[in-house]
Design a protein around this ligand. Structure first.
Ligand code: ADP
Length: 631
């Protein structure tokens, strides 16, 4: 107003001053302590009165409210205030009033009144928007901050203040990176500061990863996404940073990588082919064995189908099998001949299963294949060799049995006629002739024994032994064998004793075979005992079995031969036992005959002291209905 007055004084022209007053676009009112002395055209328009209507009115009567606000309108000196005034048509408008003294004593004042309704509306909208943005930022779980050109924080969201720095927003604003060394160590802060400065210089955006100690004391991995913000002229005003926590993500990625590499390692080391396809039969992956078979690198197999790897027929066959496991949801095993691109033909044993996601959803098929061509061929050869061996063995046994039968007939003639000669029926023999005839007879009988044993052994091997079960008195059976062998024992002055410790004596057994067992064991005991020795037969009884032992005081058996003497034709090959005749078939028969009764044979022996052969025989073998009659 001073300037205005000065100007008007310079012009020294009241009319020009008045014109300026009248034409001013701002409303100007001149008043004395509120009473309006003059008002320009803009003021008349603002209040809705003509100049005469306004003059004399109390300016305060237009102002809404009372007290402080009204008093502000008539200040002592220059002031600005925002008020609400009522126009002539009773509408209210917001105005900014700038007051100034016109008189030196301040009794006459001017007021420039500006309609600020639009300005206030805009300001309110701005405030609403800022509040909205604040809420929005606080709702975002990622820490967000913004700084000015000097790298001083001018704002942040709740996640940044609470989770990262751990102090209220107000304590962050106005500070910089170096003020929070508990969260950002100084050396890290210098690095971030450098990044900030670079960004502010170059503009645009920036992205990097870093580790931050969070408010809870735990270290967190973050991706920093930063960008500059500018004013309306495009001048960089500062930077905005958004931090994305990737700690859990990195851990998950790490564990996934570990699992993946473990699985990859497994796949690589599996000696079988492994492959997996999606529901449409497109390969999702495979292992090196499969890649080698199809002759295509593993990476190139991915994305192909069987129709690109195999001939049409094979591919359709595989497609069918895949479809079956996907549709049924269950796994299958197949054996199939497959022609490979390299021309090889292999027998594959494949195991196919549905490929499922963790939620059970079937996304394709998984196959494990093994080349069993070699195994099948080997199995086949083994089977053929086994059949051939069995045929050869049967032929051999049949040949031996037939030959033995053929030999028995002439042998019986030899024995029979030599006995006839010995008895002198066809004339007396001199001593020498009698001795020769006796040799013929003894040798014939020995040969017959061998032939009979061979027949028995081949019968066992051919499974043709037939047991005819009879009710037998076991003591009688023992005595029968002793009777047959007594002449032999007497020749060597060997005493045979029987110790019967059993309460019962009857059993149902294959009489011929058990009789043969007893004969062989007692015969051996006499054969391998020095003259003057003794043979003791003991009969014990347990609940369902008889246990019979034949003990001699003979030459005994070396420990390393205790097992193999039961093998056919096996004899202890020593200077001493060589002196004894025999075929090595006796004990083999003993074991077979005892075992087909369900019993067991064992031997205990001490060289030069004697041996004990024991066997058990169930009393009622026939009661066991599972036991076949013919073995
Ligand atoms: P063989 O008596 O006809 O030779 P065996 O099968 O009956 O055939 O016996 C096999 C071998 O076991 C005999 O050659 C002998 O070396 C040994 N042996 C069997 N019984 C006795 C025994 N009581 N004392 C010593 N050695 C024996």
């Amino acid at each position: 107003m001073k300037d205005l007055r000065k100007n008007s004084q310079q012009c020294d022209n009241d009319d020009r001053y008045h014109m300026l007053f009248e034409r001013a676009s701002s409303a100007i009112v001149i008043h004395r302590e509120g009473q309006i002395l003059d008002a320009n055209a803009s003021a008349c328009e603002l209040f809705g009165y003509n100049s005469e209507g306004l003059k004399g009115q109390d300016l305060l009567s237009f102002v809404e409210g009372s007290g402080e606000e009204i008093r502000n309108i008539i200040p002592n000196g220059t002031s600005r205030s925002e008020l609400r005034i009522q126009k002539a048509d009773s509408t209210l408008i917001d105005v900014e009033v700038s007051s100034f003294n016109i008189d030196d004593d301040g009794s006459v004042q001017g007021a420039i009144i500006r309609d600020i309704t639009e300005f206030l509306d805009a300001r309110k909208t701005l405030q609403d928007n800022l509040r909205f943005i604040g809420t929005l930022l606080d709702t975002i779980p990622s820490p967000i901050y913004y700084k000015d050109r000097n790298n001083v924080y001018i704002g942040c969201n709740k996640a940044f203040s609470k989770d990262i720095i751990g102090v209220p927003k107000e304590d962050i604003i106005g500070k910089n990176l170096f003020d929070f060394s508990h969260a950002i160590p100084l050396d890290t802060a210098s690095v971030y500061h450098k990044f900030d400065m670079e960004l502010m210089l170059k503009g645009g955006t920036q992205r990097y990863e870093g580790t931050v100690r969070k408010a809870d004391g735990k270290a967190g991995d973050f991706i920093f996404n930063k960008a500059v913000y500018t004013d309306y002229t495009g001048k960089i005003n500062g930077i905005v940073g958004v931090m994305l926590e990737v700690t859990d993500y990195k851990k998950a990625v790490q564990s996934l990588l570990e699992k993946t590499s473990l699985l990859e390692g497994l796949l690589r080391s599996v000696p079988d082919m492994v492959f997996f396809k999606d529901r449409k039969g497109v390969y999702l992956g495979s292992n090196p064995v499969f890649s080698e078979y199809v002759g295509i690198p593993m990476d190139d197999i991915i994305g192909k189908t069987d129709f690109e790897l195999f001939d049409q027929e094979t591919a359709e066959f595989f497609r069918e099998k895949d479809r079956a496991v996907i549709e049924s949801g269950s796994s299958r095993r197949n054996e199939e001949w497959v022609d490979y691109p390299d021309g090889s033909r292999v027998l594959l044993e494949t195991f196919k299963a549905p490929l499922r996601m963790p939620d059970g959803n079937i996304i394709g098929s998984l196959g494990i294949g093994r080349d069993i061509t070699g195994r099948k061929l080997a199995e086949h050869s083994i089977l053929e060799a086994k059949i051939a061996a069995e045929v050869a063995n049967r032929t051999k046994n049949e040949f031996i049995a037939n030959m033995s039968h053929e030999l028995r007939t002439p042998l019986n003639s030899i024995i029979g006629f030599s006995d006839v000669l010995a008895e002198g029926i066809s004339g007396d023999l001199n001593n020498e002739q009698a001795r020769y005839v006796s040799h013929i007879s003894n040798s014939g009988k020995h040969l017959l024994g061998i032939i009979n044993s061979i027949i028995d052994i081949s019968k066992i091997e051919n499974g043709k032994v037939e047991l005819y079960y009879e009710l037998v008195d076991i003591i009688d059976l023992i005595n029968e064998s002793i009777d047959l062998l007594t002449p032999l024992a007497e020749q060597k002055s060997i005493v045979i004793q029987v110790e019967d410790r059993s309460a019962s004596r009857m059993c149902i057994i294959g009489k011929t075979q058990i009789s043969q067992v007893l004969y062989n064991l007692i015969g051996n005991a006499i054969k391998f005992t020095h003259p003057g020795g003794s043979v003791t037969i003991t009969i014990d009884e347990e609940e369902d079995v008889f246990s019979i032992s034949v003990t001699d005081t003979g030459i005994g058996i070396p420990h390393d031969h205790l097992e193999d003497i039961f093998l056919p034709f096996k004899q202890v090959d020593s200077q001493k036992s060589r002196r004894y005749s025999g075929t090595g078939l006796g004990l083999a028969l003993v074991r077979e005959f005892v075992e087909i009764h369900g019993g067991h044979v064992k031997v205990e022996s001490e060289p030069e002291k004697g041996s004990t052969f024991s066997f058990t025989v169930p009393k009622k073998v026939t009661k066991n209905e599972d036991r076949p009659k013919s073995l």
